[in-house]
Design a protein around this ligand. Structure first.
Ligand code: MV4
Length: 510
């Protein structure tokens, strides 16, 4: 279908800008990239139909520079703005300015962004919509002693969260009533520092939960559908690392109930477009509303694969205002998809960002493999932005098949020049508890040790490792000796690389 949107400005960079450009191209829409001074040679700039420099590398001077972005959109004749995720995606002011400038905002109404950004208000809206919420306060904590009485009835441990928070920032777990007042004080201070608002609220703390979220799509007439769940429990410091769909703990009945709750939530806040309702699922498979993310998410490709829906194309269609028929997903979930986020970070050095130039970039290919990336061989990774360089998404007929596909694809993936988390993923995907599906939110802390190897080895272990290394070096030399066949032979560069890599297994697995 020909949409009335003809030219979209993408207020973002990296893989998500590339993702939106691809959707535009497929729909016959012009794409306009914006870029900072360090991103002149970035992939999104090369791929877009038009590209405009919007300022200095610091995000406030470029990708967060609302006035400049809107000015560029008008000058270049864009009729819509897609914010991607991060940067301005959940900035209700920006959404409003875009609309005031006569442009189409490819996202939810500013009001829905504001309401869901206030976590206490979000709880109230969800409660009214009939979605289960975590037992907790009905408003911001005022009288601390009165709140303590209520919390004691709910039962410790309790978690204090920032009203303006989200994503785990400013969270404080309280194990005993004795720590109540001091924890509130600390949480308030952190909330004030991080969000400029010291308001906090409390919830009962759910132990060893899973993070399961529902993707929704809603149109301007209040028609909303669920596109099933993603499980995102494998996280590190509130950063998602691996996401999958379907979730091993969600059966058809739970999927229906969570989907219905998410749809009710979307309708209750007047949602339009693509959004995500996050839930915690406890060990008894009770689910509780956590937060609503009013944007396209990093992990959207796993949903795309098991539903067959292009979520960005749906966003563009809904935003254009053309009559929208919800996609039929009665066949879904079809198979199983898993996404691995590849960061330019060094797992052996506390996951410190590793900026630099990519000297080798061999992305996996083949059946069941999708790579959404913002880089190429020779690309520079600047220090100024999120260090995620690529997402590997794999598909299989079932979870084990997807894991097998992931193992092969991760072996194939070679990035040199910067440290990456590829090898860390190779370890996770082989872990028996991951394979069994025991993916609770404490998975990484429980099974991976990030202390330097030297700190957790006694002298006997160090000696054993020295001997093994010497033995290994000899075996490797033998293996790489020319093959005993007639004619001219050379070792495949890929095979040699694979053999070398087999020795570079990251040593942090317990
Ligand atoms: C919780 C919780 C347990 N109980 N709330 C962390 C991120 C933010 N979105 C909310 N988070 C949590 N809220 C209650 N009432 C545990 C977490 C949590 C968590 C949630 C999802 C994925 C990973 C997590 C890691 C630690 C804590």
């Amino acid at each position: 279908m020909q949409l009335p949107i003809k030219r979209v400005l993408i207020a973002n960079r990296g893989e998500i800008a590339v993702r939106v450009i691809r959707a535009c191209r497929r729909l016959g829409i012009d794409s306009v990239a914006v870029f900072s001074e360090v991103d002149r040679d970035a992939l999104h700039v090369r791929m877009a139909d038009y590209a405009v420099c919007i300022g200095a590398p610091q995000p406030e001077k470029s990708y967060l520079n609302m006035g400049r972005i809107i000015e560029v959109a008008r000058e270049i004749g864009a009729d819509a703005v897609h914010p991607g995720y991060g940067f301005l995606a959940e900035n209700a002011h920006f959404a409003g300015y875009v609309e005031d400038a006569g442009l189409i905002w490819i996202g939810p109404p500013p009001r829905a962004i504001t309401d869901m950004g206030d976590k206490v208000k979000a709880r109230a809206i969800m409660k009214r919509a009939g979605a289960p919420i975590v037992p907790g306060s009905d408003g911001p904590i005022g009288d601390e002693d009165a709140a303590l009485k209520e919390a004691t009835v709910a039962g410790f441990p309790i978690v204090i969260k920032a009203v303006a928070g989200g994503g785990g920032k400013g969270m404080r777990v309280v194990n005993s009533p004795n720590d109540w007042h001091s924890s509130i004080e600390t949480a308030r201070r952190e909330a004030k520092g991080a969000f400029g608002d010291p308001s906090v609220y409390w919830e009962k703390y759910i132990l060893q939960p899973r993070h399961v979220e529902i993707q929704i799509l809603a149109d301007k007439n209040g028609k909303a559908i669920s596109l099933n769940e993603r499980e995102c429990s494998i996280q590190r410091r509130h950063q998602k690392v691996i996401e999958e769909s379907p979730s091993v703990v969600v059966d058809a009945d739970l999927r229906k109930r969570m989907g219905d709750a998410a749809v009710a939530a979307a309708e209750a806040c007047g949602y339009v477009g693509a959004g995500t309702v996050e839930f915690l699922v406890d060990k008894d498979r009770n689910f509780y509303f956590l937060e609503m993310n009013t944007r396209l998410q990093v992990e959207h490709p796993v949903t795309e694969w098991v539903t067959g829906v292009d979520l960005v194309a749906e966003q563009l269609h809904i935003a254009s205002g053309v009559e929208w028929t919800p996609p039929d997903i009665s066949h879904a979930p079809f198979g199983h998809a898993i996404q691995f986020r590849i960061y330019a970070e060094d797992p052996q050095n506390n996951f410190l960002p590793s900026p630099g130039t990519i000297t080798t970039y061999n992305a996996p290919q083949g059946p069941g493999v999708r790579v959404d990336s913002g880089v190429y061989r020779g690309a520079k990774i600047p220090i100024f932005y999120d260090p995620m360089v690529a997402k590997l998404i794999v598909w299989g007929r079932d979870r084990n098949d997807a894991i097998a596909c992931g193992m092969g694809a991760l072996e194939e993936f070679t990035i040199d020049g910067v440290a990456t988390t590829i090898d860390f993923h190779r370890q996770v995907i082989r872990h028996p508890e991951f394979i069994k599906g025991n993916t609770t939110t404490d998975f990484i802390d429980k099974y991976f040790d990030f202390s330097p190897p030297s700190d957790r080895m006694d002298d006997n272990v160090k000696r054993a490792i020295a001997v093994a290394a010497a033995l290994y070096a000899r075996r490797k030399a033998e293996r790489q000796a020319p093959l005993e066949v007639s004619g001219d032979t050379t070792a495949s560069a890929w095979a040699v690389d694979g053999r070398l890599r087999a020795t570079r297994r990251w040593p942090g697995v317990i």
